[in-house]
Write a protein that binds this ligand. Structure first.
Ligand code: 4FV
Length: 255
């Protein structure tokens, strides 16, 4: 996977490239990543990358010429790359989109600043507008990092040891099950005995039930948009019976 980031603050990525899974993926040549300074493509002697908005109003707008120059240069290096503008106007990023983008192979991520970029760049040079959420950042850099990290985790071999993206939240449309580690008893809170039992089938069942119920309680919207398998249906039916019994006991009139 090749990532080229266009930004007026390339130094923001130095630490990002140098740590964790991104560092590991770079060392394993699973990804390549460069941050290009848009200012290097400014055409005026003051290397301006922003200017006042036509029609007045506060804030500044990113000038089209430096962005066009930087995108063209990046496309020269990565002919088949798709360009992505990070903007609140974009489609909301999620795990499905991460999987789709991972299959593209080469991405040029354009990080806006100020009020945004000149609309003619959006019209002529941008393939995808992506938002990481309905809030306003001062720049697209953090959003670019989020997307690069989420995609890189999906590349086989980037996650260490037995860790695999397949077990991630959202990988099967459910939230992940609860996790426990030593000590068994932490401040009088025990670890569920089944996790210490060594019965892998029991443990898998417990984890599936934990995922289904956490998703029901925290993100019921995910359950509604998911094709439930027989095991998941059985788990929900069991809890439904449990609650019905409880209600019958407590409120027999509620029948
Ligand atoms: C953003 C988001 C975001 C808006 C103006 C950069 C800023 C400035 N990007 N998801 N939310 N971008 O707020 O991706 O240009």
């Amino acid at each position: 996977m090749k990532f080229t980031v266009l930004t007026i603050f390339p130094e923001m990525f130095e630490s990002f490239w140098a740590h964790g899974i991104i560092r590991r993926a770079l060392d394993l040549n699973k990804i390549s990543a460069t941050a290009i300074n848009i200012r290097d493509y400014a055409t005026d002697r003051h290397q301006m990358t922003d200017d006042r908005p036509f029609g007045g109003g506060n804030g500044m707008v990113m000038k089209p010429e430096p962005l066009a120059g930087a995108i063209r240069a990046a496309k020269q290096r990565q002919g088949t790359a798709k360009t992505v503008l990070l903007t609140p106007q974009g489609a909301t990023f999620d795990q499905n989109m991460a999987r789709d983008l991972a299959s593209i192979g080469e991405l040029i991520l354009v990080c806006g600043r100020y009020e945004g970029v000149d609309e003619r760049i959006c019209q002529e040079f941008i393939d995808y507008e992506i938002s990481i959420g309905d809030y306003v950042l001062t720049g697209g850099e953090l959003a670019a990092m989020v997307i690069i990290e989420a995609i890189t985790r999906l590349i086989p071999g980037t996650l260490g040891g037995e860790d695999s993206a397949e077990k991630d939240s959202f990988s099967d449309g459910l939230l992940e099950h609860a996790h426990y580690t030593r000590p068994r008893n932490f401040e009088d809170q025990e670890t569920p005995a089944v996790l210490l039992s060594g019965h892998h089938r029991e443990i898998e069942l417990w984890r599936t039930e934990s995922s289904v119920m956490r998703t029901l309680l925290k993100r019921p919207d995910l359950l509604r948009s998911k094709e439930l398998n027989d095991q998941e249906v059985e788990i929900l039916k069991k809890w439904y019976r449990e609650i019905k019994n409880l209600l019958n006991i407590e409120h027999p009139e509620s029948e």
